[in-house]
Design a protein around this ligand. Structure first.
Ligand code: FAD
Length: 373
């Protein structure tokens, strides 16, 4: 086998897509019967524009690949863009700085421009920015569609319900020990999401991998609501999202956003809230997200954090909300956007460490595959 990939989340699949396009024989080994990790628990938001530096170049490369893959594999990749809603003058100032720097990839909107495009409550909105390059997919279907396409159309086997339990270097090859027998590989990519420390403890230790744990909700209008939410095309980001996306980090106005929130809404900063939402095909809304960092997290989900998200979501949409589903999600976190390491010859571990796998995985995978070729 030219390449064995550990993990059938979006990062593993992106490497498989790149490798089969080079004519390599590829096997993807996935512990679960289908991907249920971070790659199905997010917003389905391919947020290209809010990346910065090398991540922005990976995101632009990923964008092309998503559009092509959507057509070839037959799943919807929607060119909806994203909309950042500003509800304070300092948030609008950050967006002004951003639009000036991004020259056409971010368009400043008036309050009316915002409420015409997305069904948010007009109260408190000072304006916003539309980011036309960003894409949307149905996060519950996209990874499965890519895996099925790889399997049926590109001859790439995905071995489900099979755990990789060890890797042993040989001469010019690696022995991949799995729960269903051994495989010999010329190269291995470990795309195990946040679980880097299990198979690659030294790489995780050297990089200082932590786990970023998030609470997420699927919501719909509460029974008491007097109106439906309506159609939401773009991903909707808000002022708290400005603090968490690298693209805004250099803005001189960002400090004022943080100071104001620290003074007036400290609970949002304490919970690491980045208030954001997207709509699923059935009309319900994915609402998130909180962030908390650690190596081993308490197993107890916080009702208070869910309530906070529900209140913030209701205030944004102007509709009382109720949760239909609740879940937690985890990604690996280090102070850099990517972890790429070679823990042993012929083995590369890849993890997207700033919550940007949907946006950046395909661009990064192209580089990794080129380097290990
Ligand atoms: C709440 C949330 C919101 C997010 N929002 C966004 C967003 O808006 N935009 C964006 O770009 N990104 C977003 N992200 C980040 C994105 O979801 C991740 O970067 C991406 O899904 C990571 O993909 P992955 O393949 O590395 O991990 P995963 O999807 O977790 O896949 C790893 C796979 O490896 C398998 N595995 C692990 N160990 C083994 C083993 N030993 N043997 C076999 N299989 C194994 C697991 O079973 C799993 O299926 C978000 C993440 C979260 C959690």
């Amino acid at each position: 086998m030219d390449l064995v990939i550990v993990g059938a989340g979006i990062v593993g699949l992106a490497h498989a897509v790149e490798a089969v396009s080079r004519g390599w024989s590829v096997l993807v080994v996935e512990r679960d019967a289908r991907a249920v990790g971070a790659s199905v628990r997010h917003f389905g938001h391919i947020g290209v524009t809010t990346q910065d530096g090398i991540a922005l170049s990976y995101a632009l490369a990923s964008r092309e690949r998503w559009l092509r893959l959507g057509k070839e594999a037959g799943f919807a990749v929607r060119e909806t863009g994203s909309l950042v809603v500003a509800r304070a003058d300092d948030e609008l100032a950050v967006l002004d700085d951003f639009a000036a720097r991004r020259d056409g990839d971010a368009r400043i909107l008036t309050r009316r421009g915002v409420t015409d495009r997305v069904p948010v409550a007009a109260r408190g909105v000072t304006g916003g920015a539309f980011l036309p390059l960003d894409l949307r997919v149905d996060q519950r279907a996209a990874a499965a569609a890519v895996a099925a396409w790889l399997n049926t159309r590109r001859g790439c086997r995905v071995e489900w319900s099979t755990a990789v339990v060890g890797l042993e270097p040989g001469s010019g090859v690696t022995l991949v020990r799995t729960s269903r027998g051994d495989v010999v590989a010329r190269r291995v990519v470990g795309a195990v999401g946040h679980e880097v420390a299990r198979l690659f403890p030294e790489a995780a230790h050297d990089a200082g991998v932590q786990h970023c744990r998030q609470q997420m909700l699927r919501v719909e209008p509460a029974r008491s609501a007097r109106r439906a939410i309506g159609e939401i095309g773009p991903a909707v980001l808000t002022g708290t999202s400005l603090l968490r996306h690298e693209g805004f980090a250099w803005s001189p106005s960002l400090g004022r956003v943080r100071e104001r929130l620290a003074e007036t809404r400290p609970e949002l900063l304490d919970a690491g809230v980045s208030l954001m939402l997207t709509q699923l095909p059935d009309g319900t809304v994915t609402l998130g997200e909180t962030h908390s960092y650690g190596i081993t997290h308490d197993p107890f989900r916080s009702e208070a954090l869910d309530d906070l998200l529900l209140r913030e979501g209701a205030s944004l949409l102007g509709v009382p909300l109720r949760a239909v589903e609740r879940w937690e999600a985890t990604y690996a976190s280090v102070p850099r956007p990517f972890l790429v390491a070679e823990p042993m010859p012929g083995v590369t571990v890849v993890s997207l460490t700033s919550g940007s796998g949907m946006a950046c995985a395909f661009g990064l995978a192209a580089k990794v595959v080129e380097e290990v070729a």
